[in-house]
Design a protein around this ligand. Structure first.
Ligand code: HEM
Length: 417
């Protein structure tokens, strides 16, 4: 299997404008170890059809709207209460955040949030976290799918455990789908599963891509793509802000001035908060959590930068290289949020080449949800707490399917007086 790596903004933006670059190669987890569906793994017309339906339904259900933010706020109330109860005792941030990010997805697809103590929530979170850690996507098995099956059968590279974890998640989702079927009311759509089940009723089942397998795969894709990514971004953000106390004080002053101390900051206030936005953008740049994008595959012969690229070539877009290119960024290896501010520090500067969610027609469909969750969580925690590290901060990285802190981030939260 041939592969190309696109290492700068110009080549990625040229390629991702072309339909031939919209394909997705077979995924080890979804298509090789198991036969799962899901629009994140599809190519061609099936992908278009599923993506169009999914975006439309998620928008109807409040995705990226005020109703979704209300839900994120409820999660924050719960999270802050749990932190107050710690009385300044250091805590592993990952454990704390787990229920919030999965509850936000759960509200959209299952129509209900998970309680922090819900054992199903803990099992789903653990399975997804473990599977994503093990699935380093550029590992050589991605390029040798039949070898992956062979390795899985022999129990090599932890593939058996990945399969087991993904099956646990898939079975739980199918159970939820069955429960939805029993209580489905065509005139009252509670969530994404209801919307999909109603659509299925109106389809010709011999021709359609709207099947139960597709529904389970789409839901599994949301959990896989939408929980670890957001949790990890917030984990990096809190680690970095704990390590940069003077920037933390400046962000807190901005939050106090614009939002006060009582009501949580809201997404709609972001434009009045240039420094906060600059800090979040610099975190997205400095710790690019999806450094090599998700793999694409060409669906026809095509070209980029005058090079001919054959059909079925795997395409790796190196987002990390774009975010660390000295042509665009001064001293890219330094964490410096002020690069995103005008000279008088009153305006946030937008850069086209900040692309943590990728670009073009197949960029991340969860971007608006992720941006809102990260902004609200980061600002709400800084509004209520001073955050500090307990030992010397380590920025060591662990590269699985996403780039995470190598060591569990443990921080101290002290209520602000
Ligand atoms: C900080 C958080 C996130 C980051 C950095 C991120 C980044 C990405 C990237 C780089 C891609 C690959 C796009 C491409 O192929 O060019 C992607 C795809 C995807 N993301 Fe996200 N994502 C985040 C959060 C979310 C959330 C919250 C959801 C769900 C609700 C989500 C759902 C998806 C799905 C379903 C795909 C596959 C789309 C397709 O194949 O058409 N992501 N994401």
């Amino acid at each position: 299997m041939d592969a190309i790596v696109l290492n700068d903004f110009d080549s990625i933006s040229e390629a991702f404008k072309k339909d031939e670059f919209l394909g997705r190669p077979k995924s080890v987890a979804f298509n090789v170890l198991m036969e799962l569906k899901g629009f994140g793994t599809l190519s061609g017309n099936e992908w278009k059809e599923q993506k169009r339906f999914t975006l439309y339904q998620l928008r109807n259900l409040g995705f990226g709207k005020i109703s979704m933010e209300k839900h994120i706020n409820d999660e924050m109330i719960d999270l802050c209460q749990r932190i107050y109860q710690l009385n300044g005792k250091p805590v592993k941030i990952r454990t704390l955040l787990a229920s919030s990010t999965s509850s936000n997805i759960s509200a959209l697809v299952f129509g209900k949030r998970f309680a922090y103590t819900d054992p199903n929530r803990a099992i789903l979170d653990e399975c997804i976290e473990r599977a994503i850690r093990k699935l380093g996507q550029t590992g050589f098995i991605t390029f040798f799918p039949s070898f992956a099956k062979f390795c899985a059968n022999l129990g090599l590279f932890g593939l058996n455990e990945v399969k087991k974890d993904f099956m646990i998640v898939n079975n739980y989702i199918r159970k939820q789908i069955n429960e939805h079927k029993q209580t489905l009311d065509d005139n009252y759509i509670r969530d994404y599963i209801d919307a999909f089940l109603v659509k299925m009723k109106n389809e010709n089942m011999t021709k359609t891509s709207f099947t139960l397998d597709m529904l389970a795969g789409n839901v599994q894709g949301f959990f896989a793509a939408g929980t670890e990514t957001v949790k990890t971004s917030i984990e990096w953000a809190l680690l970095i802000i704990a390590d940069h106390q003077h920037i933390q004080r400046e962000v807190q002053t901005e939050i106090d001035n614009i939002c006060g101390r009582q009501v949580f900051p809201s997404w709609s206030q972001r434009n009045a908060m240039p420094l906060t936005q600059a800090v979040i953008n610099e975190i997205f740049r400095w710790k690019t959590i999806s450094p090599l994008n998700l793999l694409r595959i060409t669906t026809n012969d095509t070209s980029v930068d005058n090079y001919t690229i054959k059909k079925d070539t795997v395409v790796i877009a190196n987002l990390w290289a774009v975010h660390n290119d000295p042509l665009y960024w001064v001293s890219p290896h330094q964490f410096n949020p002020y690069r995103f501010l005008s000279d008088d520090r009153k305006q946030m500067l937008k850069y086209d080449n900040l692309i943590p969610f990728s670009i073009g027609k197949r960029s991340c469909p969860g971007e608006s949800l992720a941006q809102t969750e990260i902004f609200v969580c980061f600002t709400a925690l800084l509004q209520k707490f001073n955050i500090s590290p307990i030992n010397e901060v380590s920025y060591e990285e662990d590269m699985g399917l996403i780039l995470r802190p190598k060591h569990a981030v443990t921080l101290r939260f002290e209520p602000r007086l």
